[in-house]
Design a binder for this molecule. Structure first.
Ligand code: BTN
Length: 240
C-alpha cells in the first residue's frame, strides 16, 4: 500500500515524508540515520546509525479529516508498534504508556523502546496530511541518560532481531489498523493503556491526580480533591 523510500541519512523522516506526499498519496520513509530526529514536545530523537528503526508513514486524504478524527493516528501508530514487537519478542512484556510510548520489560530491565510522533497539515479546520513517525530502538546498546525514561533496545533485552523484519511487520500492522474505524482504535488504545483509576503525577504540578475519564479525543480527565484538570499529550506524566 505504501510507496517505499529508504535513505542512508536524512534530517527527519517525518519532514521527508511530508515533502514526498506532495506527489504521492501514501509513503513509507525509512532511514539509517537521522541528523535532526524529532521527538514529542520539541525534544530531539537521537539514535546511532544503522542500529534502530526510524520510519514515517505519510497519508493524504482527499476529503479532509476533523481534529478529533486524526487523534486516532498516534493511537494507531503505538498499537501497531505494540503488536509488531509483541510478535517479534514474545518473551518481553510490552506496554503502552500515556500517550504513546512503548515500554519494554524483562525480568531485569524496564524502559522506553519506542516513541511515536504524529504531525499533520491542515487547511482551515480540516486535516489533509498525516505523518506517523516511529522510532524503535533495536540494536543500539548504549544510550545517553534520559531522566524518567531510561531507553532500552531489543538488543539490551537480549532479543536478536532484524530491522527489515520489524519494519515489514510494522507496515502490515499499520495497514490492518487503518482499516478500522476510529472508535475501534480508541477502544483498543484505551484497553492497552490501562490508566483509568490510576494515580499520576504531572510535571509542574504538586501531588497526585486520579485518572477518572479518558475523553473521546484521548485526553485524560484527572481529579485531585475538588480540582479537575485535563491532561493532553503535551503534558508529561508519571505513573506505574
Ligand atoms: C517521542 O518523543 O517519543 C517520539 C519519537 C518519534 C521518533 C521518530 S523517528 C522517525 C520519525 N522522524 C522523526 O523525526 N521523529 C520520528
Amino acid at each position: 500500500m505504501f510507496k517505499k523510500y529508504n535513505f542512508a541519512n536524512v534530517g527527519s523522516t517525518n519532514d521527508i515524508a511530508k515533502k514526498l506526499l506532495e506527489t504521492s498519496n501514501t509513503v513509507m520513509v525509512s532511514t539509517e540515520l537521522q541528523t535532526k530526529g524529532k521527538g514529542r514536545n520539541g525534544k530531539k530523537w537521537i539514535g546511532e546509525k544503522a542500529q534502530n528503526i526510524y520510519v514515517s508513514f505519510g497519508l493524504k486524504t482527499e476529503k479532509g479529516e476533523s481534529g478529533e478524527e486524526i487523534t486516532k493516528y498516534q493511537m494507531l501508530g503505538s498499537l501497531a508498534v505494540l503488536k509488531s514487537l509483541s510478535e517479534i519478542a514474545p518473551k518481553v512484556k510490552f506496554t503502552l504508556k500515556y500517550p504513546n510510548d512503548i515500554i519494554a520489560e524483562n525480568e531485569f530491565l524496564k524502559g522506553k523502546i519506542s516513541g511515536v510522533l504524529c504531525e499533520h497539515e491542515f487547511m482551515g479546520m480540516l486535516c489533509f496530511t498525516t505523518i506517523i513517525g516511529i522510532g524503535i530502538n533495536v540494536n543500539q546498546e548504549k544510550f545517553d541518560e534520559i531522566p524518567d525514561n531510561t531507553p532500552v533496545s531489543l538488543k539490551i533485552l537480549k532479543v536478536e532481531s532484524e530491522r527489515e523484519v520489524i519494519l515489514q511487520k510494522l507496515e502490515e500492522n499499520i495497514v490492518e489498523l487503518l482499516k478500522e474505524k476510529r472508535s475501534a482504535i480508541v477502544e483498543m488504545w484505551k484497553s492497552e493503556l490501562k490508566i483509568l483509576g490510576k494515580n499520576v503525577t504531572v510535571k509542574g504540578s504538586d501531588g497526585e491526580w486520579n485518572v477518572r475519564e479518558i475523553l473521546p479525543d484521548g485526553r485524560l480527565k484527572v481529579f485531585k480533591n475538588e480540582e479537575t484538570r485535563i491532561i493532553d499529550n503535551g503534558d508529561s506524566i508519571r505513573y506505574s
